[in-house]
Write a protein of this length. Structure first.
Length: 126
């Protein structure tokens, strides 16, 4: 199983609440509608909790750190093969999602990467 991880920063003109509402109520349904054609096995949104003073305390603990991300998107796929190819339906779905992402994500400042999980502690540990 391969996981795409996308660390999101909101567009500068948006509040955290506006960003999270758009992501949850507008973008999530678009992903869900395209999940089958994109062969997405699982999609999770991780929304940053804005607790006063918490991020400053984390930054102090680390001796300084960049501003936190506004959220993380996690998408699971069976393999890397489903990410590419020349299927026009896949390319169209990818283009539609990217176009919508530009409405709420500061794309140049939001890194993404492919990963493989190695569970250390959890319910499925043997």
């Amino acid at each position: 199983m391969i996981k795409l991880v996308f660390a999101l920063r909101r567009r500068p003109e948006m509040t955290l609440d506006e960003f999270q509402t758009y992501w949850r109520e507008t973008h999530a349904p678009l992903v869900a509608e395209r999940a089958e054609v994109l062969q997405i096995r699982r999609y999770v949104q991780v929304h940053t909790t804005d607790l006063p003073g918490l991020h400053a305390a984390f930054q102090k603990r680390n001796g300084g750190a960049p501003e936190p991300f506004d959220g993380v998107a996690e998408l699971w796929f069976d393999s890397l093969d489903v990410m590419g190819g020349d299927d026009p339906a896949v390319r169209q779905a990818q283009a539609e999602l990217l176009a919508d992402e530009a409405n709420f994500i500061d794309l140049p400042n939001s890194p993404m990467w492919m990963s493989e999980e190695f569970e250390v502690v959890g319910l499925t540990q043997t």
